[in-house]
Design a protein around this ligand. Structure first.
Ligand SMILES: Cc1ncc(C[n+]2csc(CCOP(=O)(O)OP(=O)(O)O)c2C)c(N)n1
Ligand SMILES: [Mg+2]
Length: 328
């Protein structure tokens, strides 16, 4: 998957890694923008919480991780799913409620999983990924194969008891877990600054006894460097790391969020901070031609077109099978 990044700690991505990362990030953006449209048109019946703006976090992390490392993500975890390599066709079919969906169309956009890919699932319970990923890290530690577990969650989740408990337990057991806090500045409709009195959530790691680092989560290379270091620590038996990746949620909390709580023009003022814009500039400065960059956009649109076409042609999930695979 990757050329320049040595997955056990070396922190630099080469030009080929960066090009591959831009392709993935562009594909995620194209997938999300299509999902937003299909939700507006009513073709997608479930709620959609887009990850637009946060793509570099998942793509950078996966560049620095091994393929057998696991991740637990939130309802906004589509970037982790695509970066992890879940099949795009089955993912789009899942969003569209088809039998051919990743989970037979039962999970929708916010709750799917694929254990065979090490994607331990999205969760709609804010903070739940902490204990889930910590449990996986305990299993990885028992196995002794050097696997690392990632918990992705938001800035709002940092104030949940479940995250606190997971961090306490992971610290004392030196578990191989990376706590990836994607700080997009909002918890639903509330400004993050209205909920905490400290400027850096990463500082909380000190109270658990493991390192915490705040990074620019829209800078793919900064993400690669931080995750490579955290993974190296985890594999060496040195325990967890908290990474607070500062990022921008380019849209609303979900697709029907009118966003009246947002300062006017905020999204426009963020245009230059967009992780995709920045990585494209980085590649252009490195000599990648405009034609190759446009090709990336065309390729992403074609893949999404194909995924939508296949999903639309497949039957909707049969309601009579609704209770299959339900455990209570
Ligand atoms: C335990 C729990 N409390 C409250 C909610 C309602 N809720 C859904 S998303 C959300 C905001 C979470 O914000 P953050 O952790 O920053 O994640 P983001 O949506 O920004 O990715 C809230 C409060 C929930 N789903 N679960
Ligand atoms: Mg948030």
């Amino acid at each position: 998957m990757m050329n320049g990044v040595e997955r056990n700690g070396s922190a630099t991505a080469n030009q080929s890694d960066l090009f591959g990362a831009l392709r993935k990030m562009t594909l995620i953006r194209a997938f999300e923008e299509r999902a937003i449209r299909l939700r507006s048109s009513g073709d997608i019946a479930c709620s959609v919480h887009p990850c637009n703006g946060q793509e570099a976090i998942a793509v950078g992390a996966r560049l620095a991780l091994r393929d057998d490392d696991t991740v637990a993500a939130t309802y906004r975890g589509h970037h982790w799913a695509i970066a992890t390599g879940l099949p795009l066709d089955a993912l789009m079919a899942e969003f569209l409620g088809r039998e051919s969906g990743l989970n037979g169309g039962r999970a929708g956009a916010g709750l799917f999983l694929s254990i065979e890919h090490g994607f331990l699932g999205e969760s709609g319970i804010v903070g739940a990924t902490g204990p889930i990923a910590t449990g996986a890290a305990l299993a990885h530690q028992f196995e002794g194969r050097g696997r690392v577990s990632v918990a992705s969650f938001g800035d709002g989740a940092m104030n949940q008891g479940a995250i606190h408990e997971a961090m306490c337990f992971a610290a004392v057991c030196d578990l191989p877990v990376i706590f990836m806090c994607e700080n997009n500045g909002y918890a639903e409709f509330t400004d993050a600054a209205a909920m905490v009195r400290i400027p850096r959530l990463a500082d909380r790691a000190a109270s658990y006894g493991f390192p915490g680092i705040q990074i620019d989560g829209d800078d793919l290379e900064a993400v690669v460097a931080a995750v490579a270091l955290a993974a190296k620590r985890a594999r060496a038996g040195e325990g967890p790391t908290l990474i607070e990746a500062m990022t921008h949620r380019l849209g609303g909390h979900h697709t029907f969020d009118a966003q009246q709580y947002r300062p006017k023009g905020e999204q426009q003022s963020w245009a230059a901070a967009d992780c995709i814009v920045r990585l494209r500039e980085r590649l252009r400065d490195g000599g990648v031609g405009a034609d190759r960059l446009s090709e990336i956009d065309r390729e992403a649109e074609a893949m999404v077109d194909a995924a939508v076409g296949k999903a639309m042609a497949a039957p909707l999930s049969d309601p009579s099978t609704l209770l299959e695979h339900v455990y209570a």
